[in-house]
Ligand binder design. Structure first.
Ligand code: ME8
Length: 501
C-alpha cells in the first residue's frame, strides 16, 4: 500500500494561531484527505514548538512559567485545528518525554559521528526568529523577517559541522528534481548551499528551557535543533525502529518559506550526520500578506481563523482560503476575495448544483434518482476533471486541483441550464438529464471532499448515496456510471447560503 507521512511545522506557543498557520495546516490536511481517498496509508502530524528564549520570555511577560505558557497556548492550536476539521493523526509537543528521547538520540548519533564540536559563538540574534544572523543578512541593523532590532549574544556553544555537507546537499538537490516543490524553492535552497555553508551553533548555556545536551550538562539544545527532530520523534525515532523505518521513506514536510533554510538545508544535513536516509521531500509556500505585509504574530494584521469561520462556516473558510491563495507564491489575503470566492464557487456553483438537482428530482422524477447514461456528454467532462484534479493534488497544488474539480461543477450547471429539465414534463427525457447530473454530482462530492468535507458528506447523503464520502476509493470511484439509480433524494436547506458584502 502506498504510504505518505505528512507534517506541518510545529508552531511556536508564544501566541495563538492566525490565518497564516491555518493556511499551512489546511493545505496539508487537504492533501492528507486526498491521499486517504486514494487508499494510501496516511500519517498526518502537526503540533507545537515549546522550548527556547521566545517562549521563556513570553511566559515571563504573561507572569507564567514556560510550561504554563506552553500548556495554555498549545491547547489553542489544538482547538483551532478541531474547529477547522483538521484530520491530523497525531499532535506533538516538544515538551513531551518521547521527544526528549528522540532529540538526545539523534544528536548523540551526530556527535558520535564527529559532526558536533564545542566552540565560542558571537553574533546578532533575533529572538522572534530564534536565529543568529550575519551582519550582511541584517536589514538596516534589524532582523530581515521581523524588521525589529537584534541582540548581540556571545556564548560557549556546540557547533554542528554543516559545512561538511555542502557537496552532499548540492548533489541531493540536483539529482532529485522533486525534492522541494514548487521548483523555485529548490533553486533558493541550492542558492543558499552554493553561497557557502558555515557551521552553526546548536546549544545554549544562557537558557535552561530546552532539551539538555546529554554529554554536557549545563547546555541545552538550541530550539531549532530540538524542533526539527519532532518529525522523527512522531514516527518512532529512538523508540520504535521498525515503525520509524516504515514511515520515514514516505516523509513530506509542508512549510512556509520563512523556515526554508532550517528545513531544506540544516535538517537534511542533520539527518545525514545521524546516518538517516532517505531525505524527506519538502513543499514550500509563500506568505499570506495583508496590505503587502506578512501576517504575523507580532504584527497588528493577524486574523483569527474563528472570526472567518463565524462568517463563512468551516467548509466555506477552508475552501475559500485554499482556492484563493495558490500554494507557492506570496498571496495577498483579503476578506473581499474570500467573500467573492465563497459566493461564486460555493453559493452559486456547488451549493446551487446540489439544490437544483435535488429540487428537480423531487418535483419531476418523483423523488427517486434515475441512473446516468453511459454516453452522457458529461462523462468526458468528468473524466478530464478527474485527471486534472488528481494530477494537481499529486503536484501539491490544492488551488489548481479545486479549480479542475469546479470545472465539472460549472459544466454540470451549464448542462442543466441548457436542457432546462425544470420546464419538462416528467418522463424519460427528464430522467436521462437528471441521472447524468446526479452522477456528475456523485463524482464532485468525492473530489471536493478534501476541501469541503462536511458539505460533501451532506450532499452525498442527499443524493441517496450510501456509506461515507471520505471512504470512497479513487481512481475507481471517479469512473463514470456508478450512480445506482432508484435512491430516494432529499431536499434541504442551501449548503452554502449566499452572503451579503
Ligand atoms: O517557525 N503566511 O513557528 P511559527 C503563510 N516553530 N504562512 C504563515 C504565515 C503567513 N503570513 N505566518 C505563519 C516556527 N505561517 C517554528 C517552526 S518546525 C520544526 C518549527 C505559517 O509559529 C508558515 O507555515 O513562527 C510558517 O512557516 C509557520 O507558520 C511559522 O510558524
Amino acid at each position: 500500500m502506498p504510504r505518505i507521512y505528512l507534517t506541518t511545522p510545529i508552531y511556536y506557543v508564544n501566541d495563538v494561531p492566525h490565518v497564516g498557520h491555518a493556511y499551512t495546516t489546511l493545505n496539508a490536511d487537504a492533501v492528507a484527505r486526498w491521499h486517504r481517498l486514494l487508499g494510501d496509508d496516511v500519517y498526518f502530524l502537526t503540533g507545537t514548538d515549546e522550548h527556547g528564549l521566545k517562549i521563556q520570555r513570553s511566559a515571563e511577560e504573561n507572569g507564567l512559567s514556560p510550561i504554563e505558557q506552553a500548556d495554555r497556548t498549545s491547547v489553542r492550536f489544538r482547538e483551532t485545528w478541531e474547529l477547522l476539521d483538521i484530520s491530523n493523526d497525531d499532535f506533538i509537543r516538544t515538551t513531551e518525554h518521547r521527544h526528549h528521547v528522540a532529540v538526545q538520540e539523534l544528536l548523540t548519533r551526530a556527535y558520535d559521528n564527529g559532526y558536533i564540536e564545542k566552540n565560542v559563538y558571537e553574533g546578532a540574534y533575533c529572538v522572534s526568529c530564534e536565529a543568529y544572523y550575519t551582519d550582511d543578512e541584517l536589514v538596516e541593523g534589524n532582523c530581515p523577517i521581523h524588521k525589529r532590532p537584534v541582540e548581540q549574544m556571545s556564548e560557549d556553544n556546540y557547533f554542528f559541522r554543516l559545512s561538511a555537507f555542502a557537496d552532499r546537499l548540492e548533489a541531493w538537490l540536483t539529482d532529485t528534481p522533486d525534492a522541494i516543490t514548487p521548483d523555485g524553492y529548490r533553486n533558493e535552497a541550492l542558492g543558499l548551499i552554493r553561497q557557502g555553508l558555515d557551521d552553526v551553533s546548536i546549544s545554549r548555556t544562557s537558557i535552561t528551557w530546552g532539551v539538555p545536551v546529554p554529554w554536557d550538562e549545563g547546555h541545552v539544545f538550541y530550539v531549532w535543533y530540538d524542533a526539527l527532530i519532532n518529525y522523527a520523534t512522531a514516527v518512532g525515532f529512538g523508540a520504535d525502529p521498525e515503525r520509524f523505518e516504515t514511515w520515514w521513506p514516505a516523509t513530506h514536510h509542508v512549510l512556509g518559506k520563512d523556515i526554508l533554510r532550517f528545513h531544506c538545508v540544516y535538517w537534511p544535513a542533520m539527518l545525514l550526520a545521524a546516518g538517516i536516509e532517505p531525505l524527506p521531500r519538502f513543499h514550500v509556500h509563500g506568505f499570506l500578506l495583508v496590505g503587502g505585509e506578512k501576517m504575523s504574530k507580532t504584527g497588528i494584521n493577524k486574523i483569527a481563523p474563528a472570526e472567518l469561520v463565524a462568517d463563512f462556516g468551516v467548509d466555506g473558510f477552508r475552501y475559500a482560503l485554499l482556492r484563493d491563495n495558490s500554494f507557492g507564491p506570496d498571496s495577498e489575503f483579503s476578506y473581499e476575495a474570500l467573500l467573492g470566492r465563497y459566493n461564486s464557487d460555493l453559493a452559486n456553483n456547488y451549493g446551487n448544483l446540489v439544490q437544483r438537482v435535488c429540487t428537480v428530482v423531487v418535483k419531476q422524477c418523483g423523488g427517486v434518482g434515475p441512473p446516468p447514461r453511459p454516453d452522457s456528454p458529461l462523462a468526458v467532462v468528468a473524466t478530464a476533471a478527474y485527471r486534472e484534479t488528481a494530477e494537481a493534488w499529486d503536484r501539491f497544488q490544492p488551488a489548481v486541483a479545486l479549480d479542475a474539480t469546479w470545472r465539472l461543477i460549472r459544466e454540470t450547471n451549464e448542462f442543466l441550464a441548457r436542457n432546462e429539465p425544470w420546464k419538462m414534463e416528467p418522463g424519460p427525457e427528464v430522467d436521462a438529464i437528471m441521472g447524468d447530473a446526479l452522477e456528475a454530482l456523485r463524482i464532485v462530492c468525492i473530489l471536493a471532499s478534501p476541501a469541503v468535507p462536511t458539505a460533501s458528506a451532506t450532499a452525498w447523503a442527499r443524493i441517496g448515496m450510501d456509506g461515507a464520502v471520505g471512504e470512497q476509493r479513487l481512481p475507481e470511484a471517479a469512473e463514470w456510471g456508478q450512480y445506482p439509480g432508484g435512491s430516494a433524494i432529499g431536499a434541504g436547506d442551501p449548503l452554502f447560503p449566499r452572503l451579503k458584502a
